[in-house]
Design a protein around this ligand. Structure first.
Ligand code: GLN
Length: 201
């Protein structure tokens, strides 16, 4: 029996740091469930309550999705359920991807430029203001994309050098950094709260 105060949240587990997200979700009162194929979005015939798309390498994830006929199934899921996408995950869900261009799920009304802050060696940890309660937030950037444009329905929750780094659009939350690598769990908690609210609606 699933107690509905413990939402079941999937973590796309094709590649990247999905294990850290699963741990973060557990710490925030959710039950993580690894998703490797389309059927994993509906374990026991019932859809997972939400999904995390982790950081990693978006091109590798995209190739896997296309090879395993998972692209359209994932797009349908992301159009109808709460989704939290970080870094490569944010690239995957964007409306448009540049530098270089690549196919994307197109569920977040944003234009994203890959590797826009430099190479791996330029990855960095910053403290930045956010509209999430609790003061400045630590942000771990690893070969991060830059959100170059957002549509009118996208709320910007934090910025780096003027560009959005944490955004919300309805049931979608996206970060260009890696909240799962910081001790501060505010971003995951905000997502789990949104998932619980979506279940209750
Ligand atoms: N540079 C990676 C990409 O383009 C994203 C990096 C990350 O997820 N940390 O997919």
């Amino acid at each position: 029996m699933n107690d509905r105060s413990w939402p079941r949240i999937g973590v796309l587990a094709i590649q990247g740091d999905y294990a850290a997200h699963a741990d973060a979700l557990t710490e925030c009162g959710a039950i993580p469930s690894l998703v490797k194929i389309g059927e994993d979005l509906r374990p026991d015939g019932r859809s997972l309550d939400g999904l995390v798309l982790p950081g990693g390498e978006s091109t590798t994830m995209l190739k896997f999705l296309e090879k395993h006929q998972f692209f359209d199934v994932l797009k349908d899921y992301c159009e109808t359920h709460p989704v939290f996408a970080t870094c490569a995950g944010a690239i995957l869900i964007a409306r448009e991807v540049r530098h270089p261009a690549q196919r994307s799920l197109g569920v977040l009304d944003a234009v994203v430029e890959r590797n826009a802050y430099g190479r791996q060696i330029d990855s960095t940890i910053l403290q930045a203001e956010t509209s999430l309660p609790g003061g400045p937030l630590e942000m771990v950037f690893i070969r991060a994309p830059r959100i170059a444009e957002v549509g009118p329905g996208v709320e910007v929750l934090a910025r780096r050098e003027g560009s959005a780094v944490l955004v919300r659009q309805g049931k979608i939350l996206a970060a260009t950094f890696h909240p799962e690598l910081s001790v501060d769990r505010r971003v995951h908690k905000a997502f789990v709260k949104a998932v619980i609210e979506a279940i209750r609606k």
